[in-house]
Design a protein around this ligand. Structure first.
Ligand code: 0RA
Length: 652
């Protein structure tokens, strides 16, 4: 039993105790993110084993009891006695912080990134953890956390006994780890299937040929079982992201190479869209804030394509020249690198800081693209890129004027634009909110019903333009869009500056019908394309007007969905009357305030983007031309949309 397990262990366990005391220091938070973090620690180890060529299968299983397991078919965690620690290496892995580094050798090198706090942190924050190692025989070890009444404290991740060789023969090789997150640590211990599926799919794309099997056994009525395996790796990833778009050449351009000890892999494909979608990764970890590798990649592309354009006389006009952004119009690309000693920077520590990565990636990108250009067979691809970039450069030239218009933050022009805005009296942006309201009549009610000090109202007359299908110049011609830009104050695209945001909350208020959903989707698409930080920083909300009013003489209860309705009816009791709201316009100012705008009572949904690539794909699918794709996407995602993510907000 743990109580009489060797004294030396107790010392080691002090590390795990520190993790219990300050979990946030190790896993960021004890919310749903932190919960998944301790799973990623275990998954990362298995993926490392695969990335180093020792495993090609991983299975993740979610169980009814709240536990989760990760199995790989790799070499198995070493079972021998660790020289310094004098206990098994397995025990070291699960009880010593950062034990990953103990195995630092040439073969096991690219591990440890954003996660990288080690399996011991997962153990420390679990009720129990069981490990099995398959190496000719089955080895087993178990850890648990429990309250020690003598010491009056919780002992975390203590071995129940030493590593045991059960002597049971096995043909398998690899590692199986199952653990149950401790509800005493986490605010929620319910794993999110969608979050896990997305990350595992991403990992499967990033690790060509790796088969990742996900099984959810939690609900008898909803058995889920899916295998992610992509023999094309990041080429498949780019094709997946471009599904439903019109490509300009059928197969992505792809290269894989090594430079200065950094493994570099990229895939590029252009479509006829106008947006740039570059997704970068370091050691399988997404870097949505970019960093040196992304900078090097982009400048490599610009150099090669500029050179190609010059030597083939693509530019005939005198006053025309290419800029890097022209080559990236309609470009979907993945740049994935693997390197040692990564340093992350930025607000969310998702930006690569290593300076050496810039030159390595840039020169590798130049060399690899030049090789591809030299191959005559690829000529149509690079011709297509030139044609696309020419269109972009010409439009950019012609559009300078339109852009300048949108940049105007003061002066007569802006005043005219924001004429429709009923602003609030407070000048403190952090306390203020703006409601973007569908329709003039609802806008009128909102203006009358609001808290004038802190709530501004911006009524939308027509439908704003769908930003997905147009170049920025077209988008900016749309008056509704220009009004929104002026009102928010931040500017857009490369001019965007969150510091100039006039309102802490931007609340979209549209009807609970098809049209309302469409307007919501259009606005979210616009924010996503041109003000991404607004969403990333959590400023965008969806207001939730009620669908029903249930009332009798002196009682009124509002219901926000059909479930709510039954409750409301029960509350009001016999002889109730029912009104179904078809639109915001049917509510008078007081009702609108009571149900939808009053910060004390209203229901708001915050719009979040957990995963940039998936959000990107979602926008393309929902707002693009491919109707079949849209239907398929909606039906596939129809019933696990309960989480408060971008997904269920764009409820088209
Ligand atoms: C270091 C060395 C060896 C294997 C591993 C680490 C390893 C760790 C994990 C964690 C999850 N799955 C894993 N698979 C392997 C080599 C061991 C040997 O050659 O005996």
């Amino acid at each position: 039993m743990s109580e009489n397990y060797s004294a030396q262990d107790i010392k080691i366990l002090e590390g795990l105790e520190a993790v219990r005391v300050r979990p946030g220091m190790y896993i960021g938070s004890t919310g749903v993110r932190g919960l998944h973090h301790i799973l990623w620690e275990i998954v990362d180890n298995a993926v490392d084993e695969a990335a180093n060529g020792y495993a090609d299968k991983i299975e993740v299983v979610l169980y009814k009891d709240g536990s989760v397991s990760v199995e790989d078919n790799g070499r198995g965690i070493p079972t021998d006695i660790h020289k310094d620690a004098k206990v098994s290496a397995v025990e070291v892995v699960f009880t010593q912080l950062h034990a990953g580094g103990k195995f630092d050798n040439e073969k096991y090198n690219f591990s440890g990134g954003l996660h990288g706090v080690g399996a011991s942190v997962t153990n420390a924050l679990s009720e129990w953890l069981k490990v099995e190692i398959y190496k000719k025989t089955v080895f087993k070890m178990e850890f648990h956390s429990y309250y020690d009444p003598k010491k009056k404290k919780i002992i975390s991740g203590a071995p129940v006994g030493p590593l045991e060789d059960t002597k049971q023969k096995t043909d398998k090789h690899g590692t199986f780890i199952r653990f149950k997150p401790d509800p005493k640590v986490f605010e929620t211990v319910e794993f999110n299937l969608e979050t896990i599926a997305k990350r595992l799919r991403e990992l499967a794309f990033l690790n060509k040929g790796l088969s990742i099997h996900l099984v959810d056994l939690r609900d008898d009525n909803k058995f889920y079982n899916k295998t992610f395996k992509y023999d094309g790796g990041i080429v498949d990833y780019v094709l997946y992201l471009n599904e439903g778009k019109q490509n300009l050449y059928p197969l992505p351009v792809y290269a894989k190479t090594e430079r200065d000890g950094i493994l570099i892999e990229f895939a590029i494909q252009h479509t006829d869209s106008f947006t740039e979608s570059v997704f970068s990764f370091v050691n399988n970890i997404p870097t949505p804030e970019g960093g040196t590798h992304e900078v090097g990649f982009k400048s490599g592309i610009t150099k090669v394509l500029n050179e190609f354009a010059k030597s083939n006389n693509y530019i005939k006009e005198k006053d025309l020249s290419f800029q890097g952004e022209d080559f990236r119009e309609g470009m979907t690309a993945i740049i994935s690198i693997k390197m040692k000693n990564v340093e992350f920077e930025g607000q969310t520590k998702t930006k690569l800081g290593n300076p050496e990565a810039k030159n390595a990636v840039e020169s590798a990108t130049v060399d690899e693209l030049e090789k591809l250009i030299a191959n005559k067979k690829n000529r149509p691809i690079f011709d297509a890129m030139m044609k696309k970039a020419l269109g972009a450069a010409k439009a950019r030239n012609a559009a300078r004027h339109a852009k300048e218009l949108a940049r105007a933050k003061s002066g007569a022009d802006a005043t005219k634009l924001i004429g429709k805005l009923a602003s609030c009296s407070s000048k403190k942006a952090e306390l203020n909110e703006v409601f973007i309201v569908e329709g003039d009549s609802a806008g009128g009610s909102a203006k009358q019903g609001r808290d004038r000090q802190h709530q501004a109202i911006l009524p939308l007359r027509g439908k704003p333009l769908n930003a997905e299908k147009k170049r920025i110049e077209e988008v900016l011609k749309n008056e509704e869009i220009r009004t929104i830009i002026s009102a928010l104050g931040t500017g857009i695209g490369s001019d965007f500056n969150i510091k100039n945001l006039n309102y802490n909350k931007v609340i979209i208020l549209s009807d609970a019908d098809q049209d309302g959903a469409h307007i919501r989707a259009i606005l979210l698409t616009f924010f996503f394309r041109y003000m991404k930080e607004l969403i990333q920083d959590g400023h965008v909300y969806i207001g939730m007007p009620p669908l029903y009013k249930v009332y009798k003489k002196d009682v009124t209860v509002y219901a926000y969905d059909d479930n709510d309705l039954q409750k409301a009816i029960n509350k009001v009791g016999r002889g109730y009357m029912l009104q179904r709201y078809k639109g915001l316009g049917e509510m008078n100012p007081e009702q609108l305030w009571d149900t939808t705008m009053d910060p004390q009572k209203r229901l708001l949904m915050q719009v979040t983007i957990e995963d940039a690539a998936e959000a990107e794909k979602l926008i393309t699918t929902l707002m693009g031309d491919d109707i079949d794709g849209r239907k398929a996407y909606i039906s596939e995602h129809a019933d696990f949309n309960k989480e408060d993510t971008f997904m269920d907000k764009v409820n088209v």
